[in-house]
Design a protein around this ligand. Structure first.
Ligand code: NDP
Ligand code: BG6
Length: 502
């Protein structure tokens, strides 16, 4: 095995993480996710020699393609979307174990073709019957595929199932899907993806909180005034109208990524970092959450505007979107976690498409110093301390503190102590999918969501959207390229607070 001295790319990675031989079967191999995320992630794992030596990738979709065409298309995808240089030797090693099956899984017999290919490649590459099935398909096809896979389970080797989001459309459908999965798979075989949990900076939130003794005593309602979580995107719906019209920002981002960020920020220290301990603590947070009243939730939809200098169309003008659509592309809310640590501490959250720029950040806003012993005007430029965790881009952490301006007298101003990943570590940032695929192969579910978490997330969303069936806000209510509807600002102004300045 290579050491960090032989290969500096391995620095920071735990070398004992070598998975068993296995086949990764991707359902949805002709789709967007496979080419933009999954294959580039697999290539980067191969590049760092983190994949098992005996490994295979079987792509499945309805589109007819030969193995060679599939490989050529995936190579191009790696070239276009990968983070590492495309090296022929690395690619050839990965491509050697790649196969493609063109079949409709909804048709009788579709699964037989997949099983045949798997049997062949298993023998050829001694994969010991170990399988990871990745469902990168539309959610409507999940039950058919899960059922077919369950029926064909063999006793040989282990089986794991990665299920992409969205996991259901509401609590009822999530429960139905869980029941279908649990008919054939045990909970420790199911890996529900929320790719935000695979992001380095999200995991760093755990490191920040639990590897540093100084934060724990002040990480509570006594010292923290409020918390702001922003998931801003400058992109629109990127041709995914069919999906987005049904989902909106509340199901696309709030139900999963945002609530996971909140849970990690608010959770109690777990007793250890096993999947069960971490997920037990997150689910407690989700269970402690109030349903916000309608006045504490703002929804928006973007109209035409300018983003990063380019004129862009409004949501209702996007291809495939109903011109009268009432789908939300922006949500802001004031949330409470009702427990001893956080009672009465608001969590203001906002997320939206076509905002001025891409930025995901968690801001921990501390209370003002109780009594600044300076002249009244001396601290005019001073704001309370903020710990800002930049999830993306410019990954890092920044702490705003008051400092004396050099010179005569005593004038205080806010300055920032910054830690930037790029500066502190030599390694590039791995993509979330690299971490998650590898963890699944290793059977580590810590960064995946458990049934009860998903259900708690849906309970909250269902309660929040219930009033939406009655009232019809006047959409569009924010121009593309702005920070959302005015009512989102008013949500904070009512509490004499404001969104963090950008
Ligand atoms: P696409 O529509 O681009 O791809 C869907 C894939 O499913 C295609 O390969 C399609 O192949 C295949 N498929 C559909 N029906 C069948 C069937 N009956 N039998 C076999 N294959 C079938 O979707 P995405 O790649 O964008 O998304 C896939 C999943 O990932 C979805 O659950 C989505 O919500 C999730 N996701 C996607 C993200 C993204 O950035 N794209 C981000 C987060 C989650 P064909 O048409 O050839 O049959
Ligand atoms: C996906 C959503 O889960 O996350 C997309 O479906 C969104 O709408 C994407 O654009 C954002 O992911 P990231 O990693 O770019 O922040």
């Amino acid at each position: 095995m290579a050491t960090t001295q032989e290969n500096p790319l391995l620095e920071g990675l735990q070398l004992r993480r070598t998975p068993d031989p296995c086949a990764l079967v991707i359902f949805g191999a002709s789709g967007d996710l496979t080419q933009k995320k999954l294959l580039p992630a697999l290539y980067s794992l191969a590049f760092r020699r983190l994949l098992p030596e005996r490994f295979a990738v079987v792509g499945v979709a309805r589109t007819e393609e030969t193995d060679e065409e599939f490989k050529a298309r995936m190579k191009e995808a790696v070239r276009q979307y990968g983070r590492d240089e495309l090296r022929d030797d690395v690619w050839e090693t990965l491509a050697e174990g790649m196969r493609y099956v063109g079949t409709d899984f909804a048709d009788e017999g579709g699964e037989n073709e997949v099983a045949e290919t798997l049997k062949e490649i298993d023998e050829e590459r001694s994969l010991e019957g170990n399988r990871v099935y990745y469902l990168a398909i539309p959610p409507s096809v999940f039950p058919t595929v899960v059922d077919a896979l369950g029926q064909r389970r063999t006793a040989k080797g282990w089986t794991r199932l990665i299920v992409e989001k969205p996991f259901g459309h509401d609590l009822q459908s999530a429960r139905t899907l869980n029941a279908a999965i649990q008919e054939h798979f045990s909970e420790d075989e199911v890996f529900r993806i929320d790719h935000y949990l695979g992001k380095e900076t999200v995991q760093n939130m755990l490191a920040l909180r639990f590897a540093n003794g100084i934060f724990e005593p002040i990480w509570n309602r006594q010292f923290i005034d409020h918390i702001q979580i922003t998931v801003a995107e400058s992109i629109g719906i990127e041709g995914r109208a069919g999906y987005y019209e049904q989902a909106g920002a509340i199901r696309d981002i709030f139900q999963n990524h945002l609530l996971q960020l909140l849970a990690i920020t608010a959770m109690e220290p777990p007793i250890d970092f096993t999947a069960e301990s971490v997920r037990n603590e997150k689910v407690k947070v989700l269970r402690s959450m109030h349903t916000p009243g309608p006045k504490s939730v703002v929804r928006g939809q973007y109209g035409r505007g300018f983003v990063e200098g380019d004129e862009v169309r409004g949501y209702r003008e996007e291809v495939g979107v109903d011109p009268q659509s009432m789908t939300d592309t922006y949500v802001a809310a004031k949330l409470y976690v009702d427990n001893w640590r956080w009672a009465d501490t608001p969590f203001y959250v906002r997320m939206g498409k076509r905002l001025p720029r891409r930025e995901t950040a968690i801001a921990i806003q501390f209370k003002r110093a109780p009594h600044p012993p300076f002249e009244e005007t001396a601290a005019d430029g001073l704001r309370p301390n903020v710990l800002l965790v930049h999830i993306q881009p410019d990954e890092g952490v920044s702490f705003a503190i008051g400092a004396k301006v050099p010179g005569q007298g005593m004038t205080i101003r806010t300055v920032h102590m910054d830690f930037l990943y790029g500066g502190a570590f030599r390694t590039g940032m791995p993509e979330a999918y690299e971490r998650l695929i590898l963890d699944c192969m290793l059977g580590d579910a810590t960064l995946f969501t458990r049934t009860d978490e998903v259900e708690e997330q849906w309970k909250l969303v269902d309660a929040m959207v219930a009033p939406w069936l009655r009232d019809r806000p006047s959409f569009p209510n924010y121009a593309a390229g702005t920070w959302g509807p005015q009512s989102a600002d008013e949500l904070l102004h009512r509490d004499q607070r404001s969104w963090r300045r950008h």
